[in-house]
Design a protein around this ligand. Structure first.
Ligand code: AOS
Ligand code: ZN
Ligand code: ZN
Length: 426
């Protein structure tokens, strides 16, 4: 939808100022023995998957305010991710949600994906809603349900997800369970865990050997007394019992306020069990706001753990899958996703700039203030010229949100798909 030359035209008036800022930063970093070009290359290589359910306006249980032009089917969702990828060069993959995105025309989809330079990242199962024609209800759980038939149905759904994913060369199944209880005594806590473990083992057994399972934890919602997989420890223990292709997924919104998420990230890498991320921003819980909108320092500290572990040869963690899991009520979802990716790349760039030798030295000497200053030095540097340069070198826009608006993309989408088009999803 956007031609490369259109993006170049939009970049043209911004180029001079960009060069000025980028050159300044390059010189400044060179004085500190950091090669700006190398950092830019690492930013270009960093890709964040976009979930199919984030492309339409999200909502809350109090209502939804559709924006128009929302993708109505998988083809249109892929198209939207393709647009994002054209603008920022950093979103080359899409995560599917079954049954919302069951692939029909496999050959057509494969062709579309390759034309838009995209791949399918992961497949997410859905056992938190009842689908019509479904025999057993998930009202009282899925993989942990007390009824064997309901568990079997949920196991089969996850296996079906794998089959759908295989058709499009995906290699990851993400499992998030809403299972839990709302009132004390409602559920036998240990038995619910054991039933879940057994169900997950059945799915794991059916999974091809080159696939990975990511197990997401969440302390509350939609259940408010207990959740079967509430925390990283439970996810971790399940992964340990399943095998090496099961790993923990950290969704930034799935922690109680003030949890030290960066430490969890560090621990999981130490244990070789960090499988992936769902990025979003959060004030209170699973708010699904723009990543980095409220706590950019926390995001930086998380990336600091990732960069640090990547440089440590004693850490043998599998490749981490990065995805955004956010969709809120008031923004154009495509603008929201562009902002999220930008905040993620900025946090990563800052983490790459931490003077690690000096930091280790300060840590060894217990020089608290010096250590903190080193972190602040990296965090407070304005790295936007590095991120913009990464976009530009990848053929994207220097300022993706501005380019998206200037190109009138939402208006075009509304014209094509209608004012009332509704995306399937939450
Ligand atoms: C739910 O809270 C989890 O974050 C899921 O990862 C995800 O949002 C859901 O599967 C989307 O339907
Ligand atoms: Zn999530
Ligand atoms: Zn969530």
């Amino acid at each position: 939808m956007l031609s490369e030359s259109r993006i170049q035209d939009l970049n043209q008036p911004l180029l001079e100022e960009h060069q000025l800022q980028f050159n300044f930063l390059t010189d400044l970093l060179a004085r500190r023995q950091v090669d700006a070009g190398q950092v830019v290359q690492q930013l270009i290589d960093f890709q964040v998957a976009i979930p199919s359910w984030a492309l339409g306006t999200g909502g809350t249980r109090f209502g939804r305010f559709p924006l128009g032009g929302e993708p109505r089917n998988l083809e249109e969702k892929i198209n939207d991710v393709g647009l994002l990828h054209q603008l920022n060069g950093s979103s080359n993959s899409i995560s599917l949600h079954i049954p919302w995105d069951i692939p029909q025309d496999i050959a057509g989809l494969q062709q579309q994906l390759s034309e838009q330079k995209l791949v399918i990242d992961s497949v997410n199962s859905n056992t938190f809603q009842d689908q019509k024609d479904q025999h057993y209800s998930y009202k009282f759980g899925s993989l942990s349900n007390t009824e064997a038939g309901a568990r079997q149905q949920a196991i089969q759904h996850n296996i079906d997800c794998i089959r759908h994913g295989q058709a499009l060369n995906a290699k990851t199944l993400t499992v998030w369970l809403a299972d839990g209880s709302n009132f004390p005594g409602q559920q036998h806590l240990r038995r619910a865990y054991l039933r879940t473990q057994e169900s997950l083992a059945a799915i794991y057994e059916a999974m091809p050997s080159d696939w990975n399972m990511l197990i997401e934890y969440k302390p509350y919602e939609p259940n408010f007394y207990s959740t079967v997989i509430p925390d990283w420890g439970t996810s971790y223990s399940l992964c340990q019992s399943l095998g090496e292709n099961a790993n923990v997924l950290v969704d930034l919104g799935h922690h109680l306020p003030n949890t030290n998420i960066e430490q969890i990230v560090g621990r999981l890498q130490q244990f070789g069990r960090l499988g992936g991320f769902h990025f979003n921003g959060s004030m209170y819980g699973d708010d699904d706001l723009t990543t980095g909108s409220t706590k950019p320092f926390q995001l930086f500290l998380i990336f600091n753990e990732l960069v640090d572990a990547a440089r440590d040869q004693t850490v043998t963690n599998p490749t981490v899958a990065y995805m955004i899991d956010a969709s809120h009520n008031v923004k154009d979802p495509l603008e929201d996703l562009l902002q999220s990716v930008e905040n993620i790349l900025s946090a990563y760039a800052k983490a790459l700039l931490v003077d690690r030798t000096a930091l280790y030295e300060a840590q060894e000497k217990n020089d608290v203030v010096r250590a903190e200053e080193i972190m602040r030095d990296a965090f407070l540097l304005d790295v936007r010229p590095l991120v913009a340069e990464a976009y530009r070198r990848a053929g994207g826009a220097l300022k993706p949100v501005a380019a998206y608006r200037a190109a009138g993309i939402r208006e075009q989408l509304i014209q094509q798909r209608g004012k009332l088009s509704l995306s399937t999803g939450l």
